[in-house]
Design a binder for this molecule. Structure first.
Ligand code: URA
Length: 461
């Protein structure tokens, strides 16, 4: 058995040198024991020098070096041996890393992913607090990474806070920047880091001002910012209150945009449509082919509002002409509501998608995009003044009501809108294309909604 003792848990250079020497003498992975100096298994004190490297040619794919640099930071004690086993494999088969079905490749890639994520968390969720020292102010942060990532994460802070003096303390290592040099020190405990100070107030104000209620996605927030990190972050103390207020703030944003629509009163539908063709109110115009504005008679008694144009609508410049539109046409015909007597539009006027190869895959618009586009739908409604407006699906309903609503709670009856009109809510036709169970029954329910909407429009005539 050959024992290699590395200087630190993330000692990539030490591992590389030793692994290279071992591979050149043909050492089998099972013959090598890897240890870290100072770790519990280290019975010998000082790190042993790496085995002398015999001369010889040695090269591995660049991708392996990048992978190994990350895996070495993982907390798994087997990481050194696993990397060495991979190295030996690569010497026999230089393309071995491409075999994604190989359990070793799979395991190493999973470890690298975990390390990258840990580094990202440190960059995103570490918070400095100011302390007065004899040399002046120093910013100190406490963080508990899952892996040995402090050295890998530190250059980011050097770049970002180059002119400040700061320290990052973790349980196993600390790093200290004085504006010129990054020094290392021993691990620390939470009690060594200051807790609460004037810097927090600044952070909290900043965070509250950038918090956009229309972008709140609680699930995503928790995934990205696990509660474990919250205790180090002053602004997270604000989150429950901000979330509570988010709904009210989104409604306020909706009300504010409704008032602004008044500025455009007097403009004809043609003029508004022409303006919308050059809309840059959010970023969606950058990738879409064109604005897809609403269409139909301006004296329509029913306005249908969908989510956003799809792939085919984006190319044609007309709403509801693709698969969902065809199903919508069939349902309207079955319900006895002639589409040509209605006005059909969307809550968002540009196609939002993700490109996958040659395909453009629909992506749901977010609250900010819906809010930005409310400018246009409000003007369409102000110009047409229909007695009935129908939200097809959740995005349209969110746009009309200015807040997130549940379709099942509102479906099947009319709801008064602030301008005196009446809103109805039903499912989006694309829901019927996706649904697996009882598709026929769902379709019938949709047609029945449209029948009732048609009857109600007549009643209001
Ligand atoms: N889906 C929508 O919401 N609108 C369209 O125009 C097409 C598909």
């Amino acid at each position: 058995m050959r024992t290699v003792r590395l200087a630190a848990p993330d000692d990539f250079e030490g591992w590389r040198e030793a692994a290279r020497a071992l591979a050149l003498v043909g050492a089998a992975p099972s013959e090598v024991l890897w240890e870290v100096a100072g770790a519990e298994t280290d019975l010998f004190g000082a790190p042993a020098p790496a085995p002398p490297a015999p001369a010889g040619l040695f090269s591995v794919p660049r991708a392996f070096v990048a992978l190994a640099e990350q895996v070495i930071c993982h907390r798994d004690p087997e990481r050194f041996a696993l990397l060495y086993a991979m190295l030996v494999k690569l010497r026999e088969r230089p393309d071995a890393l491409d075999d994604k079905a190989d359990p070793l490749v799979h395991r190493l890639e999973g470890m690298a992913r975990a390390v990258r994520r840990d580094i990202h968390k440190m960059h995103a969720f570490l918070r400095f607090r100011e302390v007065e020292t004899e040399e002046g102010p120093r910013f100190v942060a406490w963080f508990e990474p899952d892996h040995h990532v402090l050295r890998a994460a530190a250059p980011f802070f050097v770049q970002r806070f180059a002119t400040m003096h700061w320290s990052i303390l973790t349980p196993e290592l600390s790093v200290h920047w004085d504006g010129e040099t990054l020094a290392e020190g021993p691990g620390a405990s939470r009690a060594d880091a200051p807790d609460g100070d004037p810097v927090e107030a600044v952070w909290k104000t900043y965070y509250a001002s950038i918090f956009n209620p229309a972008r709140v996605k609680v699930g995503a927030m928790l995934r990205e910012m696990p509660k474990k990190y919250w205790k180090n972050m002053p602004e997270t103390a604000l989150v429950p209150a901000l979330l509570k207020g988010a709904q009210a703030r989104e409604s306020a944003m909706a009300a504010a945009s409704a008032v602004k629509v008044g500025d455009n009163v007097g403009k004809s539908w043609d003029a508004v449509r022409a303006e919308a063709m050059h809309c840059t109110r959010c970023d969606l115009y950058k990738c879409a082919t064109q604005t897809v504005f609403g269409e139909g008679p301006l004296d329509a008694r029913i306005v249908f509002v969908g989510e956003q144009p799809g792939d085919q609508e984006d190319l044609a410049g007309k709403p509801f002409v693709g698969p969902a539109g065809q199903l919508f046409d069939r349902a309207l015909a079955d319900a006895g509501v002639p589409r040509e007597r209605t006005y059909v539009t969307n809550a968002v006027k540009h196609f939002k998608f993700e490109r996958r190869g040659k395909r453009r895959i629909h992506e749901k618009p977010n609250g900010g995009e819906i809010a930005a586009c409310r400018w246009w739908i409000q003007q369409e409604l102000a110009l047409i003044r229909p007695p009935l407006v129908v939200a097809l699906g959740a995005t349209a309903a969110r746009s009309l009501f200015g807040k997130v609503v549940t379709i099942s709670a509102l479906r099947g009856k009319g709801h008064k809108l602030p301008d005196g009109g009446e809103a109805w809510v039903t499912v989006h036709p694309s829901f019927l294309l996706r649904v697996r169970d009882d598709r026929e029954a769902e379709y019938e329910r949709f047609v029945e909604d449209l029948r009732r909407i048609g009857r109600r429009a007549k009643d209001l005539a």
